[in-house]
Design a protein around this ligand. Sequence first.
Ligand SMILES: [Zn+2]
Ligand SMILES: [Zn+2]
Length: 67
Amino acid sequence: MKKTCPKCGRTSYSAYEEGTWICPHCGADMRNAGAESTAITECFWCEERMMKTNNNMYVCPSCGWRY
Ligand SMILES: [Zn+2]
Ligand SMILES: [Zn+2]
């Protein structure tokens, strides 16, 4: 996973999928920063993490929303 810090604009890498993500450069909380690798990471309806299916769709495991 790769994220760009919304505060200092530098990228950081982490294996963490959930929970707190602190920027190693400035200490900002990057939990809500978007991941660069995927277009959509959270469900529009319930904010659950979207799962990528093998036909390039994203599906919410919580409510079943597809994108
Ligand atoms: Zn930062
Ligand atoms: Zn959902």
